[in-house]
Every structure is written in C-alpha cells, then in structure tokens.
Design a binder for this molecule. Structure first.
Ligand code: NAD
Length: 331
C-alpha cells in the first residue's frame, strides 16, 4: 500500500517504518490540506491528526484513496459523507485516552478550584495566600455531559474527589450508573444543579453550540465550565460575557472554536475574527485556563494511538476492518 502519514513526529516515523516494512510510506510533518494534497495524489491510504481537514475537495484530489485513519478519537475534521460517497473507509482510535483526557479535565478543574496559575504568579513576587481563596471539590455537584469512554472516567475521578455526580447523555448506560453510583438527569436539570460542568461529547450538527446563551442562563451563578471535547460545542461569544459578569465562575478550555486559526497572520471573515478576538480575551482572563488541545498528549496515550493506527491499517489490508466510523445518524 502507499500510505501517507501527516503531522507526524520523528519518533512516530520510526515506529511506522518498523510496523510497515513492505509498504511505500510518505511522511509529512505538516498537516494534509488542499495546498499540499497534490504532492500525495497517488496514496491509497492516509493517516492524519485532527489538524488535517479532510474536506470533499481534499478527498477528490486523492483518486486512489481507500482508507483514512485518524490518529484521534474525534473525526469531525473528516467529511464522512464525502468519504462514504467514494466508498472510502474511515477509522479512528476510539479508546486511547479515556483516562488521559479525563485526567486533563481534572487538572483544569483542580487548577481553577485552587487558583493554581494565580498562585504560581504570586510566588514569583511574594509568599502570601491573600486573595487566593479557592473552593473544595468535595460535596460539589459535577455535571458530566457525555458518558462515553472519557465521560465515564471523569465520573470515576469525580467520585474519587467525593463529588456528587449528575450526568446527561442521549444514550444512558444505567448499568454503569448503578455501579458508579450516579444519576442520569435531563440536560436542563444538570445545567441548573451542577457546580462544575464538564463536556465529553463529540462535535456534530446536534452538539454544535450545545452550550449557548440560553443554556448558560439556566446555570447557577458561578458555575465552572470545562471543555476538553471540541471548541464549537460551546458558543464562544456567549461564554465571554458570562465569564466577565461572574455568571460563569471560571472555564477550563482545552479546545477553542476556530483554534486552528489562532495566531495566524491571515485575513479571515468577520464572524471568524470576532471569535478569534474573543478567544484572545479568554486566554488572558484570570478565571479562564486555556490549554492548546493538549488533553490527549501523554507518552502512554500517544503510544496507544500509534498501536491502534497500525491495527487499523493492517485490519483494512487483511479485509478485517476495525474502528470504522460512519456519518452520524440519530438512532
Ligand atoms: P465516546 O464516543 O466514547 O463518548 C461520547 C458520548 O457522547 C457517547 O456516550 C454519546 O452517546 C454521547 N453523545 C453524543 N451526542 C450527544 C448529545 N447530543 N448529547 C449528549 N450526549 C451525546 O467518545 P469519548 O472517547 O468519550 O470522546 C468524547 C470526545 O472527546 C471526542 O468526540 C473528541 O471530540 C474529544 N476528545 C478530545 C481530546 C483532546 O485532546 N482534547 C482527546 C480525545 C477526545
């Protein structure tokens, strides 16, 4: 097979070279995009990360393409309908980082509850806790939206902190709810009763701007919002004023709307510019913690991603496809 790997690091290259000794491999440290796609026009398979937008135009330039493997759980950067039209198989890595991402969500929660970034700044100048009072997690209510692999881990970690847990998911795992001792509630109840809300849902047309002005209005004053899923699940222009007014007490954001366009000296349309400007404001706020889509990024998780990618490609070659993803259809 002719396999193109995009956005790969040196160490990953070596790993894939050993895994696929008989295939023709193309490595590109950059993302795959419409600008460079013609250089790889003969590949049968591509392995990409979330920064490679596999649009219909990109797919159409790859006439031999049969397999797309994304080295991520989320696959919202791939036009699944366009791939389906061309009968191209799309695979993801469904379970590399269920603990990894949940641990990052809790890193953000702990840093916000104990004002760690402000405390670090403080100790560079003086050694005083004045004005740095935080809050306990014990007995607070954690609202988990999306109880898949990552959400379940977030629930277990929350229970470890002795938090009460409320959850919302369109598909309820009642067996897990019983075992982990938490309750599924409506989205409205979760929004009204939670002290901290953490998002663990995929981005699709049903979850786009799930957290908007109306949903924020239902929350308690001072609610802390955590997003390690995908930026557009939150309406940026709705959380910014809520964080300024104190309606939201804080936010921990590993993902941002239009994150790929931040800090680029390129002209964008007015709507995008507004979001980018709001993002820059968020980054500077003392009650907001922004990390650069880094929740997945541990040694162990990256290793698991590479292992599953190899299995995805080998499975496809042997006619035993695994981890196939299809366009979202509500059951
Ligand atoms: P998962 O598929 O195991 O779980 C997603 C859950 O969301 C499922 O239980 C599903 O039923 C639920 N869901 C779907 N639509 C919903 C809706 N409209 N309302 C409520 N619930 C809904 O996925 P996961 O492994 O837990 O990952 C969740 C998301 O986290 C991924 O889709 C990805 O976008 C993101 N992610 C981010 C990082 C990072 O580095 N920041 C890393 C991995 C995954």
């Amino acid at each position: 097979m002719k396999i193109g790997f995009f956005g790969v690091e040196e160490q990953q290259k070596e790993y894939f070279k050993i895994a696929f000794p008989k295939d023709k491999l193309y490595f590109c440290s950059d993302k795959l995009c419409i600008k460079n796609v013609t250089k790889f026009k003969n590949v049968d398979s591509i392995s990409i990360f979330i920064n490679s937008p596999v649009t219909e135009s990109v797919i159409n330039k790859l006439q031999n393409l049969k397999l797309i493997t994304t080295r991520s759980t989320g696959f919202d950067h791939i036009d699944l309908n366009a791939a389906e039209k061309r009968k191209i198989t799309v695979c993801n890595v469904p379970v590399y980082g269920e603990n990894t991402v949940a641990e990052h969500a809790f890193a953000l929660i702990s840093c916000l509850s104990r004002r760690i970034p402000e405390a670090l700044e403080r100790t560079k100048k003086s050694f005083s806790p004045d004005g740095l009072r935080g809050f306990d997690l014990k007995d607070k209510t954690l609202g988990v939206i999306g109880t898949g692999n990552i959400g379940k881990n977030a629930i277990q970690i929350g229970k470890g902190f002795n938090m009460k847990v409320l959850a919302f998911d369109i598909y309820k795992d009642q067996k897990f709810a019983k075992q982990a001792n938490f309750k599924y509630v409506t989205l409205e109840e979760l929004l009204k009763k939670s002290d901290i809300i953490t998002l663990h849902i995929p981005l699709n047309k049903h979850t786009f701007h799930l957290i908007d002005k109306k949903k924020i209005s239902l929350m308690k004053r001072g609610t802390v919002l955590i997003n390690t899923s995908r930026g557009p699940v939150i309406d940026t222009l709705a959380i910014l004023p809520a964080l300024k007014s104190g309606k939201l007490g804080g936010a921990g954001l590993d993902v941002l709307e239009e994150e790929a366009k931040l800090f680029r000296k390129v002209k964008f349309d007015q709507k995008t510019n507004k979001i980018l400007k709001a993002n820059l404001e968020l980054i500077k706020m003392s009650n907001v913690l922004v990390t650069p889509h880094n929740a997945f990024n541990t040694k162990e998780a990256v290793r698991r991603i590479m292992e599953t990618t190899v299995k995805n490609i080998n499975g496809f070659k042997k006619g035993r496809k695994i981890n196939v993803v299809k366009p979202f259809k509500k059951k």
